[in-house]
Unconditional design. Sequence first.
Length: 199
Amino acid sequence: MLPPDQTYQLLRNLTSPVVAVTSERDGKENGMISDGAIRASIVPTVPRLSVYVHKFNFSHDLIFDTGRFVLHLLHTKQFDLIHRLGFVSGRDRDKLADVPHRAGVLGAPVLDDCWAHFECRVANVMDTGSSTLFLGDVVEVGFGAGKQAQGDVMTAAHFRANMPAEWRKEYQAGLETAQRFAEERSRHIVPVVWRGLKP
Ligand SMILES: Cc1cc2nc3c(=O)[nH]c(=O)nc-3n(C[C@H](O)[C@H](O)[C@H](O)COP(=O)(O)O)c2cc1C
């Protein structure tokens, strides 16, 4: 086995593009950032995706309770949105207050500026101990206003290499806090039967 740090750097090759995940419960809207999203279907008529969300994130509870979320691919000019949604929790602030958005067909917020958005209804979940993998049935898709003008999809590697220098300390501190939380809980995986599925 390689040293843990080297293993982690290798695993970073498996991160996804940086995505914004929005949710809404009882009128409270929220958004977070993830680089743990993946296509989960090869069938064009059954579009699905999945995303890992840590249990300490406010978004986790909103998505788990409502069974719906919107996943947005971002473009390479959206560093500020990543800072706004991915560095602090929305538990006691409205992170979407100054971010133009509208309610999607499922009621969760769709951001005007993005590369593309996928509105999802949760079809199943998998517990990892520290996070939940949400499998989403895509019920609506669209391009964002910024797609044409703003270049490529924001990848995790591009974000890490190009984020403003003054954010690095904060980013690293957030990552280390998340890693400590995850380390404590990762081995306590519980079986979860998603609502509507038969065990
Ligand atoms: C580049 C980047 C990638 C991230 N990836 C994930 C991820 O895959 N899963 C996750 O749960 N949180 C991830 N986060 C952290 C959350 O976005 C962050 O904890 C956020 O503040 C959660 O907000 P909330 O508590 O309002 O839901 C990431 C943050 C950044 C900046």
